[in-house]
Design a protein around this ligand. Structure first.
Ligand SMILES: C[S@@+](CC[C@H](N)C(=O)[O-])C[C@H]1O[C@@H](n2cnc3c(N)ncnc32)[C@H](O)[C@@H]1O
Length: 221
């Protein structure tokens, strides 16, 4: 385990570089499955107000805007936020891109969203920060609002590779990840309803196999 006096590599720089180099296509089958899940769940609401947390290059945010969702797309990588803006402009769609660190309180009002979506962006924080982030998601959702997210699981081949920096947290090649197991997700979602936690195997932005959880939950009415 890392000594508390040493510092981790900057994750903003890591992601700026990643998005600048290649990023994601937004077309991996497990990714498309989660996006469709959110689209289906939101179909009951007219012009739903949603946030895409850790939106990356905006493939999901733009797909939601194309369905007339009112989308706030949040990421802490300035490179990715510029890419979302460009993608939305090219497609003549309206997205509100916000550069923001998810480790800080969300820049959104309480009970202002019908849905929160986060594809592979909630597994970068230590346990206290993760719990604060889930509390923030709860705060910004309306009663009955839907949360759809995916995270890397402890079944992932990269689990326990690189330097251990905390419980189930590893830093590999400058990339920090917190791997979730089923019980941890259950615990994070204690007060949520209609929970559905499913494991998935697939690919994200590479040909390396990965293991994920796809999760749906609803804030109670
Ligand atoms: C695996 S990528 C997923 C991107 C996008 N959701 C997608 O599926 O293509 C993780 C994203 O989370 C963002 N991210 C990581 N840590 C973050 C933080 N602390 N605050 C905001 N965004 C963060 C990264 O910049 C990156 O865009």
């Amino acid at each position: 385990m890392r000594s508390p006096t040493t510092t981790l590599p900057s994750q903003v720089q890591f992601w700026d570089s990643w998005h600048g180099r290649r990023g994601a296509t937004g077309q991996d089958p497990v990714h498309l499955e989660l996006r469709q899940r959110f689209l289906d769940l939101m179909s009951a609401v007219r012009h739903p107000r949603v946030a895409d947390l850790g939106c990356g290059q905006g493939h999901d945010a733009v797909a939601f805007a194309a369905e007339q969702f009112r989308v706030t797309a949040i990421d802490f990588s300035p490179v990715s936020v510029r890419q979302v803006s460009r993608l939305a402009a090219v497609r003549n769609l309206s997205v509100n891109p916000v550069c923001h660190d998810l480790a800080q309180p969300l820049p959104l009002g309480s009970a202002t969203l019908d849905g929160v979506y986060a594809h592979l962006s909630l597994h970068y924080f230590d346990d206290p920060t993760t719990r604060l982030l889930f509390a923030e998601i709860w705060r910004v959702l309306t009663a009955g609002g839907v949360l759809v997210f995916s995270v890397k699981s402890t079944e992932d081949p990269y689990f326990k590779t690189g330097e251990e920096v905390g419980p189930n947290m590893y830093c590999r090649n400058g990339h920090l990840r917190h791997f979730f197991d089923y019980d941890y997700i259950e615990d994070l979602l204690t007060d949520w309803k209609a929970k559905d936690i499913q494991s998935r195997n697939g690919y994200y932005a590479s040909h390396e196999p990965s293991a994920f959880f796809h999760v749906v939950a609803r804030k109670p009415y």
